[in-house]
Design a protein around this ligand. Sequence first.
Ligand code: PLP
Length: 383
Amino acid sequence: MPGYELIGDAEQAALNDVFETGGVLSRYGFEDQREEFRVEEFEAALAERMGVEHALMVSSGTAALKLALVGLGIEDGDEVITQSYTFVATLEAALELGATPVVTEIDETLNMDPTDLEEKVTEDTAAIVPVHMGGVPARMDAVLDVAAKYDVPVLEDSAQSMGARYEGAPLGTVGDVGIYSFDPGKIITTGEGGALVTDDESIYQRAREYQNHGHEFNPELPMGADTRRMWGFNYKVTEMHGAVGLAQFEKLDRILETQGRTRDQLRSELADVPGMSLRSVPDGGQASGTTVTVLLESKDRAQGLVEHLSDRDVSTGILPNALKWHFAGTWDHVFSDRSGALQDRWPASRDILERAVLFPISMEMTSADVESIAAECESYLGG
Ligand SMILES: *Cc1c(COP(=O)(O)O)cnc(C)c1O
């Protein structure tokens, strides 16, 4: 939420402008036919906003995750630790590089459990990837402590959490490298797209080279004669992504403010409903307002609540409706574990996720909508 809700005149005008100023659609080249470099402009705006040296816009959040791992030098045989509650893309990025995804339990923040993280570190651990699900920060202090103790770099999957913070720092900039997604369900959208942000020159350079077939961007040479030290792939975006991204980015503060207000109201109304508790936000964390998640006393109560709400046209998000795409315990296509034991491999996570109900916060939600969600929860749980 809620990028797609706010696609409108500004994005259309930005696209028209691409055609009216020379019609160059590629981010690289054609220097003599244009004055605008919109992807570069977007990257500069993103880097400035996040307070980092480098931003790289690429074709998806998943591509950004893979490129961040490339930047960290992840390769065949390495282990990449992430958490059980995430979108499957986090694991796919590791698998693409021949690395083995290792998955931790979550705790009541619904993000990485730092205690389990430490237990899962081995001598092959090459990266730790906490995921800030639904705009709520992971326990970054504890995650960074483990990372420092074993000297392993941290990649933050902030696909869902642009604009949220941890101890004042934007999520995505707390570890060594971070990523955002611009798919239609994320905070801002370019249809498809993503970005990575980092202060680390070497991570940035490697990621940038890989997204463009290994081009080193040697300033002395034209593209066609460029030098290279590795092969890569094509994860480039077009100027159309840059143009729409810039228009969406202008709306970020308004989105954060509106969602934050709705989130606060919903949290405070739900706090008094018996039989449910609010997902906890770690100390030092400032969540964005993109979701509110509650935990019920049992799986049956959660299912019952979702049915009750659905009959009254209140929609609930990925928990529980898309749990299969967001919980490692259902991914037998990734873990080739068909014994049926996979679903019990992360029992603490399973217990939490099956009792969880997530409310996506849309931009259009009114105060009256919030009151009616709370009233329906009260009517189901209080009655
Ligand atoms: C959306 C998402 C991604 C992938 O982003 P795409 O732009 O769709 O490729 C990765 N991780 C998480 C947690 C996501 O929600």
